[in-house]
Design a protein around this ligand. Structure first.
Ligand SMILES: *Cc1c(COP(=O)(O)O)cnc(C)c1O
Length: 420
């Protein structure tokens, strides 16, 4: 496919004509007929158990840790299944779909004037393509040239405490990260090579310059500013808080608490920058982001997931998650020497958590050993020792119905069995 920047940019800016839809009606009819014909086919994986993972010989786990990409992120809203299946029954221009999805997302989130969104293959992809778009603009030669930065800006400023594994997606464009700690150091670091100022939202407390001040400073210098808020919903308001603050680009994971398709994410930002990000991304060839393909099914699924996420009663959910933890707490507190306490991390996995500690003189078992035994139990339970606290820590927002009972039973059995 030829890289056609003008067409895409124009579409994003809202002036392109919509492709004629005269063929839609018969096609739609055809798809309905096909669906009806296939409706009675039984669901199967590689056998009839209903669990394709077990059929492949891979053990599924009960997730008490939260939205960990290593464990598969989150389980998508069940409603997505049907929508994504329908999306897989038609061909469509992907850039046109991306523009339409972005418009719908901007409406749903009531983004400020001049903002839109791009569905990417994840927040990591959003980081890379967002920066790539800033570096290249709509210049096709520069897009093909990345990560060779000849003729482009080449530095991104970041607070030292905000460095994290996902800044690899900044470095992959070829830029150099300039680490600073204080406002004075920031002022000294800004120069004509500065392409962007990056903020890692989860590190807000760790850095000297907080989220609002960071974007204000960027505005003073007229430097584009990105906030990686990948894992920072809930609260749901984070989806618009940062654009309201003035951030030019904000990234979110689709496959974490939003419970969209696992291979989806959002780049929310200024229309021109988002358009340029798309030019640096799949389906466009000879681009840095061609390896970050997002499919039509994921794009549609992501928009739908966002709609479902916004419609949820977030307070009721938080209460349900807390109630589950309290149910587990009541039972294991009956074991001599065991105690529990509750906490909510300020940011990232901002949901009810429970610490589980025990007197190791009465129950000679380290949290690491307990975690390992739970992992090896049947069914397998993933519960970390940690969050920087003693004992085990768990949350309940990824638990499926009935799993809190299993966790209660296995945890109780484990702790009782090891009592001295
Ligand atoms: C999970 C995460 C990402 C990556 O998100 P994906 O959607 O998995 O690509 C980026 N940044 C932070 C801080 C994250 O927690």
């Amino acid at each position: 496919m030829r890289l056609n920047s003008k067409w895409n940019r124009r579409s994003f800016l809202g002036s392109a004509g919509v492709i004629a839809s005269s063929l839609l009606a018969p096609r739609k009819l055809f798809s309905w007929n096909r669906r009806a014909a296939g409706a009675s086919t039984p669901v199967s994986g590689f056998g009839q158990t209903g669990n394709p993972y077990e059929e492949l010989g891979v053990t599924t786990v009960i997730n008490c840790e939260g939205t960990m990409t290593m464990l598969g992120g989150s389980l998508p809203h069940p409603e997505l299944e049907a929508v994504m299946t329908l999306a897989g029954r038609h061909f469509v221009s992907i850039p046109e779909l991306e523009v339409a999805a972005g418009k719908r997302i901007a409406e749903m989130l009531k983004l400020p004037e001049g903002y839109t969104a791009l569905v990417t293959s994840g927040a990591a992809a959003a980081i890379q393509s967002g920066l790539a778009g800033i570096l290249t603009g709509g210049n096709e030669a520069l897009i093909r040239q990345l990560p060779d930065l000849t003729g482009m800006k080449s530095e991104v400023i970041i607070q030292k405490s905000h460095r994290n594994p996902f800044d690899h997606q900044l470095r992959s464009t070829g830029i150099k990260l300039i680490e600073i700690e204080t406002v004075d150091q920031l002022r000294a670091a800004v120069n004509e090579r500065t392409a962007m100022m990056h903020f890692s939202n989860f590190a807000n407390a760790a850095g000297q310059i907080k989220v609002e001040e960071w974007v204000k400073l960027a505005k003073q210098y007229n430097i584009p500013c990105m906030n990686d808020a990948a894992a920072d919903t809930p609260p749901v308001s984070h989806l618009w808080d940062y654009t309201n603050m003035g951030y030019d680009l904000v990234t979110f994971s689709g496959g974490k608490a939003i419970r969209g398709p696992q291979c989806a994410g959002l780049l929310i930002g200024r229309t021109e920058m988002v358009a340029n990000a798309l030019l640096n991304n799949s389906p466009h060839e000879d681009t840095l982001g061609r390896s970050q393909k997002v499919g039509k099914e994921e794009i549609v699924g992501m928009v739908k997931a966002l709609e479902l996420f916004l419609a949820q009663d977030h307070e009721a959910l938080a209460k349900e998650w807390q109630d589950r933890l309290e149910g587990i707490s009541r039972e294991i507190n009956k074991i001599p020497g065991v105690s529990t306490s509750f906490f909510v991390p300020d940011i990232a996995n901002h949901v009810p958590h429970m610490s589980i500690t025990w007197d190791e003189a009465r129950i000679p078992l380290t949290p690491q050993e307990a975690s390992k035994l739970l992992r090896n139990s049947k069914p397998s339970i993933v519960m970390g020792s940690g969050e920087g606290r003693p004992g085990l820590a768990m949350n309940s927002f990824m638990l499926q119905p009935g799993e809190d009972k299993i966790v209660t039973e296995q945890l109780s059995r484990l702790l009782r069995e090891h009592a001295a």
